[in-house]
Design a protein. Structure first.
Length: 201
């Protein structure tokens, strides 16, 4: 058997090496793993802001990364010759329908309504909000600049929109992330992986 020998340490030595004493007792043990991690955006809560037509950025309202924005808040305005032309076609179809509804020739009235409906559908396919189409219908005035609104509430994590910038369909102008829930990428050592279960705090 190993012979036990008493060890005498001064209080200064005990403090320097971090010796702690305690009473022996039954209690629940915590299996704690200390690690480091990086907080990142939840990829399922990121929305990109794009346009479906070509044009030029006119005004930029959201101008800084990590600026907070709310759903429906204007981010920028875009001038698009193609969109202006389609708006003019819509107004022309609207005026023609008003005239042709009085026609006694079979099919003329329904054709005018179909033409107006097709012009409205084309505006919707380009992402023009319903309120913009409604304003166009009421005022009869073509808007040269279209406001692009934020699709969600959150924080801007990426901004590429600049005044006078030319944009094409698919150009990513902003990325907006909802940071109410985030991901943490924890770095766990291989020998600790077996102690981790889904649902552990």
């Amino acid at each position: 058997e190993t012979t036990l020998s008493p060890v005498a340490l001064t209080p200064q030595r005990l403090q320097s090496i971090g010796v702690k004493t305690g009473l022996v007792a039954y209690r629940n043990l915590r299996d704690e793993i200390r690690t480091v991690g990086n907080v990142d955006v939840d990829e399922t809560r990121v929305s990109d802001v794009q346009v479906r037509f070509s044009g030029w950025v006119q005004k930029v309202y959201a101008y800084a990364t990590y600026q907070q924005v709310h759903k429906g808040q204007p981010l920028l305005t875009v001038y698009s010759p193609d969109l202006v032309t389609t708006e003019q076609e819509y107004l022309l179809a609207r005026d023609n329908r008003s005239l042709l509804l009085k026609s006694t020739v079979p099919g003329v009235a329904s054709g005018a309504t179909s033409l107006l409906s097709a012009a409205a559908d084309r505006l919707k396919q380009w992402g023009l909000p319903d309120r913009e189409i409604s304003d166009l219908e009421k005022t009869g005035e073509v808007r040269r600049e279209l406001e692009i609104d934020s699709p969600v509430s959150g924080f801007i994590t990426e901004r590429k929109a600049l005044p006078n910038m030319y944009v094409q369909p698919g150009t990513n102008l902003y990325s907006v992330a909802d940071l109410s829930s985030v991901w943490v990428y924890a770095q766990v050592f291989q020998e600790d992986l077996g102690r981790i279960r889904v649902g552990n705090p």
